[in-house]
Design a protein around this ligand. Structure first.
Ligand code: SF4
Length: 367
């Protein structure tokens, strides 16, 4: 029998087969945007439940769902597993200065609200954007403006429980790389008395910006190296891939010094182009030595650039599974705990099965 961590990796690497008869209702329950080809929900097994992000991939996924009851769909391969969704909050359609709440905030599982301080990224100017980028597809991509965002965050904090926030930014061609836009939004949060934990996400920036975001109330920080293999980085991310790994190392060190362990994360995306397992393990060992938690996930499946991405596809189940086992062992050995994160995508837990591997290893003492 599979564990919940194993099933999550299976769904991440194979996608989920959703019959046409129930696709529309599942799309309705998942956050809007991202072409409708992605679902955000929960994967459950008996008493256990974890947040889930997976692609709808009917052609070649054997992992098919069947409707069991409202909001609950079981996996045909093992009906003990089910996929379910949050009920949309009452404020979903509430008007915020002429825009419904859900167009201002991305609403994700486990109480996660996502805001972009700016959707502009200068990598797009000459067609050098990262090939997996989805920033233009987000439900809040219409650029709601920071005052409106702060009002939406305040409305949510007054009406919903257990919320946390992430603030990201596209990359700006300035020394702060977009951190100033985040700082401006953080100041709006203060003005509007938004007192929720939030994470911030930028490329490596000068240390003073890390200090300023922390001083304004950010609890968690992410700086995403994305891929570990230099060749893959440059192929998939023509400009972002030029930032050297050592720049991330320096930035992560500052982030850990400022935010503390278990509050600094980096996304590590795995694609079929990643073939050097041992080199990946060495890099992940170095990252965890710094006190940074690498959040493993398949390269995103939206394929907003299908011409490029169709030949790449999703990574092998076993490759991603084995890397999770390695990183889990590192976290346990080095005293890092992904359950302690305060805010953002890594508290939401959809994107990576790392926390699930960690919890299962801890529960069973298998590592
Ligand atoms: S840095 Fe890459 S992933 Fe981020 S917004 Fe720009 S193009 Fe998209």
């Amino acid at each position: 029998m599979s564990t919940i961590a194993e099933m999550k990796v299976a769904l991440q690497t194979r996608g989920v087969n959703v019959p046409a008869s129930i696709l529309a209702e599942i799309k309705e329950m998942s956050p809007p945007g991202i072409n409708g080809g992605i679902i955000f929900g929960y994967l459950g097994h008996n008493e256990q439940k974890t947040a889930l992000y997976t692609a709808v991939k009917n052609e070649d996924s054997a992992l098919k769902v069947t409707r069991r009851s409202y909001n609950r769909y079981s996996l045909d391969i093992d009906p003990n597993f089910y996929i379910s969704f949050d009920i949309r909050p009452d404020i979903h359609e509430t008007d915020i200065d002429g825009m419904p709440f859900h167009r201002v905030a991305g609403i994700y599982p486990n109480g996660h609200l996502d805001f972009a301080a700016t959707h502009y990224c200068y990598y797009f100017d000459d067609g050098n954007q990262c090939k997996f980028c989805t920033i233009g597809e987000w439900s809040n991509a219409s650029g709601p403006g920071r005052n409106r965002i702060a009002k939406a965050a305040k409305l949510a904090s007054d009406n919903l429980n257990n919320l946390h926030i992430s603030i990201t930014t596209g990359t700006l061609p300035t020394i702060d790389r977009g951190a100033s836009a985040i700082i401006s939004l953080a100041n709006k949060f203060l003005q509007h008395e938004v007192r929720l934990p939030y994470s911030v996400e930028t490329e490596p920036v000068p240390p003073s910006y890390v200090d300023e975001m922390h001083a304004l109330g950010a609890t968690t920080i992410c700086s995403n190296v994305e891929f570990l293999d230099e060749q893959v980085r440059r192929m998939i991310m023509p400009l972002k891939g030029e930032i050297e790994f050592e720049q991330y190392v320096k930035h992560w060190q500052k982030c850990v010094d400022t935010f503390g362990v278990n509050q600094v994360f980096t996304n590590v995306l795995i694609s079929p182009l990643d073939v050097n397992f041992k080199e990946n393990v060495v890099a992940l060992d170095r990252i965890t030595d710094l006190g940074v938690i690498p959040s493993l996930a398949p390269m995103r499946m939206e394929w907003t650039n299908p011409d490029v991405m169709k030949d790449v596809g999703l990574p092998e189940y076993q490759y991603l599974y084995d890397l999770h086992v390695e990183v889990t062992e590192m976290l346990l050995k080095k005293g890092l705990n992904p359950n302690l994160v305060n805010a953002g995508c890594h508290r939401n837990g959809c994107y990576s099965a790392l926390r699930d591997f960690y919890n299962e290893a801890k529960d069973s003492n298998i590592l």
